[in-house]
Design a protein around this ligand. Structure first.
Ligand SMILES: [Zn+2]
Length: 224
């Protein structure tokens, strides 16, 4: 299979599932390892421990993100929205039967205001189990080219620094001197250095990151 078709295949696989590599996620502080891991794999995952439940819901709705949580408080709140929606839908059915146009309109307006929320309640305990749970549920695959393509700190995309001088105020002099590969976050300006072709330490770091991604990502065993 050539690269183009392989890419198409990945996207096709992801589109039928609510999630996949191309969806956007938001994790809360009840699942601490998830966002860093997903970002490392290049997946868009918002997370900030200062976010309140209401704000997480607001972001999920406005940015079309899937909520990942283990918080029973947030889970209860999300379920209450679902219950409210189900109740309104039942009322709408009844109203349609009676043909009360004005009432139908009122319920429809209320329903329109409840934007759909997607969320996933993580049942597993422990960092690695939770990651496996999430990547398995959403079929999130490890795509080697996307490793470290996002800032683990803020979720922004990183881009290659062409001219080392541009970041000389951001890193130690010795780091600047000893390295030739730098990337910078488009959002928070944080600079990362080194790659697989770097020194022994960098090689080791990349290898362990790749091993971790292989081990904790989703692998479709049915297509092999
Ligand atoms: Zn950043």
């Amino acid at each position: 299979m050539d690269a183009e078709h392989h890419e198409e295949d990945i996207n096709k696989d992801n589109s039928h599932e609510q999630g996949g590599n191309t969806a956007k996620y938001i994790a809360d502080s009840s699942v601490p390892g998830i966002s860093k891991f997903l970002r490392m794999m290049g997946i868009d995952c918002a997370c900030d421990c200062s976010y309140t439940d209401a704000y997480i819901i607001f972001i999920a709705r406005s940015e079309d993100r899937i909520i990942i949580t283990r918080s029973s408080k947030l889970h209860a709140r999300l379920q209450s929205y679902e219950n409210k929606k189900a109740k309104l839908e039942r009322q709408l059915e009844k109203a349609k039967n009676t043909g009360d146009e004005e009432y139908i309109e009122i319920i429809q307006d209320e329903l329109d205001e409840i934007k759909p929320l997607k969320y996933y309640w993580v049942e597993s305990l422990g960092r690695e189990n939770q990651i496996l749970d999430v990547t398995g549920h959403f079929k999130i695959r490890y795509i080697p080219e996307l490793l470290f393509s996002r800032c683990v700190k803020c979720n922004g995309k990183v881009r290659r620094v062409v001219n080392k001088n541009d970041i000389k105020d951001k890193v130690y002099e010795l780091t600047l001197e000893k390295n030739d590969y730098f990337v910078q976050c488009e959002k928070c300006d944080n600079v990362y250095y080194g790659n697989e072709q770097g020194n022994a330490f960098q090689k080791k770091l990349w290898k362990s990151a790749r091993d971790l991604c292989n081990r904790l990502s989703y692998e479709d065993t049915t297509s092999h």
